[in-house]
Every structure is written in structure tokens, then in C-alpha cells.
Design a protein around this ligand. Structure first.
Ligand code: CO
Length: 211
């Protein structure tokens, strides 16, 4: 397939480079994956989890979708969280957004883009909840940047509201849920200073008792 020839060449070079520096690498990795981190990030082609974090294959379990949303009805995202927490036993779940997120910008506007508008509607809910704060910002770029942050914070809560995460905590597991944001213009990650490690950090209505 000539269109993809460059990609195959890249792949062969990458595989060779790794085997030259660590001959056992792929053998080791094919028998076990034991990542400590689950990354929930945006599908944006510029926000690649392994590269940003400087992690090798095997070190981070990844779920990406448009605008890094964690919806309580999304079987795909919930299955990733369940597998990561219960089978791989990750110790950290990182929700990472990014400034300049096209999904968040679209949610700030009113132009129809198609099916995806229904997905991005969830970000409008976050906008509506924080309308007062957002509309005090006098420029649209600043408003969108703040909504990128608020969206991450909302998704961190959403991860913690799952029975998957709460059952891990009641079972005595060390599991921290973090909110980060990435800046495309300098390649740096920023901690939004939210770190949830127990159900008592959640609004009471979302706390679930042990089954
Ligand atoms: Co994005």
C-alpha cells in the first residue's frame, strides 16, 4: 500500500531502534502490561499521551475522545476505566484537556457541525453551570480557555462518580484521579490542582455505599 509506505518504514526503524537498545523489550512487553496510569485525553492529533509524558509503550493505558469527555452512558469510556482500574490496577487516572481544544471552542458557539454537536452538548452543560464566571471574561479566547479547564474539572468529577472508582476506594485501593491541562503553544502540562483519592471528597449525593 504505497500511501502508507512511509508509515511502515517509520515503524520498522522504530522497532529496530528499540531492539538495538533493549533486545528483550518487545518480548517483555508482549507477555505483560502493567501501566500505573490511565490517561483520558482529547483525540486531537497534537496531544499524544506517551509523547507528552515521555513514557514508553506499556507505561500508560489510554482512552481518547473528542474533548476528553467522561459520560456516564458511554460504554466505551466506562469499559476502559473498569479494565484499567480492576484488571490493570492503575494507581492514577489522569483527565487531561488542552487549551485551544476544537471541541470546546465549537461548544462555545452555535454553528452545527453534525452528529458531534450532540456529543459536545455536554460541554454546553458545563458552560451553563459556570455561565456567570465565563461571561465575566471579556474575550472569547479567555472564555474558551477557562471552559477547557472547567471541562477537565467536570470530567474528573465524572470519573469519581462511577461505581468503578468508588468500589476501588472502598476496597482499600490507592487510586488518585487528577485533572491536567496541556498548552499546545509550549508543550507544557499544568496541574489543575485537583486530586481526588476518596469518596468523602465528593458531593454527598454522588457517594455510593458498598454493594
Ligand atoms: Co481537543
Amino acid at each position: 500500500m504505497p500511501d502508507l509506505e512511509e508509515l511502515f518504514e517509520n515503524n520498522r526503524n522504530w522497532s529496530r531502534r528499540i531492539r538495538e537498545s533493549d533486545p528483550d523489550f518487545f518480548h517483555r512487553l508482549s507477555s505483560l502490561q502493567a501501566p500505573k496510569f490511565l490517561w483520558i485525553g482529547c483525540s486531537d492529533s497534537r496531544v499524544s499521551a506517551n509523547e507528552i509524558l515521555g513514557l514508553a509503550p506499556g507505561e500508560v493505558f489510554v482512552h481518547r475522545n473528542v474533548a476528553n469527555l467522561v459520560l456516564h452512558t458511554d460504554l466505551n469510556c466506562l469499559s476502559v476505566i473498569q479494565y484499567a482500574v480492576e484488571v490493570l490496577k492503575v494507581e492514577h487516572i489522569i483527565v487531561c484537556g488542552h487549551y485551544g481544544c476544537g471541541g470546546v471552542h465549537a461548544a462555545c458557539g452555535h454553528t452545527q457541525l453534525g452528529l458531534i454537536d450532540n456529543w459536545l452538548r455536554n460541554i454546553k452543560d458545563t458552560y451553563a453551570r459556570h455561565k456567570k464566571e465565563l461571561e465575566q471574561l471579556d474575550n472569547t479566547a479567555g472564555r474558551a480557555d477557562r471552559l477547557c479547564e472547567l471541562n477537565v474539572l467536570a470530567q474528573v468529577q465524572s470519573v469519581c462518580h462511577t461505581t468503578i472508582v468508588q468500589n476501588a476506594w472502598t476496597g482499600g485501593r490507592q487510586l488518585a484521579v487528577h485533572g491536567l491541562i496541556y498548552r499546545l503553544s509550549d508543550g507544557l502540562l499544568h496541574d489543575l490542582a485537583v486530586r481526588i483519592t476518596a469518596a468523602d471528597q465528593l458531593e454527598t449525593i454522588y457517594r455510593m455505599e458498598e454493594p
